[in-house]
Design a binder for this molecule. Structure first.
Ligand SMILES: NC(=O)c1ccc[n+]([C@@H]2O[C@H](COP(=O)([O-])OP(=O)(O)OC[C@H]3O[C@@H](n4cnc5c(N)ncnc54)[C@H](OP(=O)(O)O)[C@@H]3O)[C@@H](O)[C@H]2O)c1
Length: 263
């Protein structure tokens, strides 16, 4: 699907993957509505984006009323929605034994999963009207493999993956393609990947915001259900499926330090 003149809504556009994706979509001639909570960041992005006909909406996607107001804004400004990219999200959690940890996890679920649900549900009538149209949900490799010792974040992204996969089959006949993009380790403001950047071997496992933006745009144009970035991360899922005990052994030994903190 060519993106020129399509109306694309990008959540979490004030930094990182969302910022780059909004910028690149504008470069392909799309009209982009950029969404996040930090107004100044969105104003700055609007000034830099190539093309014209863009807009911004300061929205907390975890608040359903704000998402409804976002739909009103897109209806008034653009009259349609061809592509919805649910990218807003964050990570960061403490051991479950610490005070406030459960509330933190709930807040993460509210943005990472419920934000995706609210935006998808509220934009769906417009997306069906604009079909062929696309929804792209930015999940994570942590939504396929619960590695990294972050149970709340993994749970929120597993929810996004399951939601996306089921919705893909449900909406196919209506002309709405639902894709899920699963980034690996991408250095951004919210995910600085500091230890990985300074590790002489692991640094080669890093992807880039440009790579994720490209995968998102290729999921849209190719109407693909799933994209993993970097692509070779797909292979990491194989031991989980074919040899679960081996996968768990490797995870215990190599990938998840201090797992006992979360018990
Ligand atoms: N970087 C990675 O390694 C990596 C790996 C796998 C998956 N991901 C996923 O990729 C997505 C983008 O992350 P990123 O790496 O680009 O991080 P980032 O630079 O921190 O960007 C996160 C974006 O989400 C927005 N956001 C957070 N909570 C929000 C809320 N309640 N309502 C509206 N916007 C909200 C932030 O904007 P405001 O603060 O201005 O609202 C920001 O624009 C996330 O869903 C993340 O889970 C990232």
């Amino acid at each position: 699907m060519p993106l020129a003149d399509k109306v694309c809504v990008v959540t979490g556009a004030s930094s990182g993957i969302g910022y780059q994706t909004a910028f690149d979509l504008a470069g392909e001639g799309a009209r982009v509505c950029v969404v996040a909570r930090r107004k100044e960041r969105l104003e700055d992005l609007l000034q830099r984006m190539p093309g014209s006909g863009h807009s911004m909406a300061v929205t907390d996607v975890s608040e359903r009323d704000e998402v409804k107001a976002l739909v009103t804004h897109v209806t008034d400004e653009h009259g349609r929605c061809d592509v919805l990219i649910n990218n807003a999200g964050f990570s960061g959690e403490r051991p479950l034994t610490e005070a406030g940890a459960v509330d933190d996890l709930k807040a993460m679920m509210d943005t990472n999963f419920y934000g995706t649900l609210y935006c998808t549900a509220e934009f769906l009538p417009m997306l069906i009207d604009s079909a062929p149209s696309n929804v792209v949900n930015v999940a994570s490799m942590a939504g396929r493999l619960a590695i990294g010792g972050a149970p709340g974040y993994s749970a929120s992204k597993f929810a996004v993956v399951g939601f996306s996969e089921a919705l893909y089959f449900q909406l196919r006949d209506k002309g709405v393609c639902v894709s899920v993009v699963e980034p690996g380790l991408i250095p951004t403001e919210g995910f600085p990947q500091t230890p990985v950047l300074s590790d002489p071997v692991m640094k080669y496992a890093l992807g880039s915001v440009e790579g994720v933006s490209k995968a998102i745009r290729s999921a849209i144009s190719g109407r693909k259900m799933e994209r993993v970035v970097p692509r070779w991360y797909y292979a990491l899922q194989v031991p989980r499926i074919l040899a679960p005990p081996l996968y768990r052994l490797a995870q215990r030994k190599l990938v998840t330090p201090k797992q006992e903190d979360y018990l």
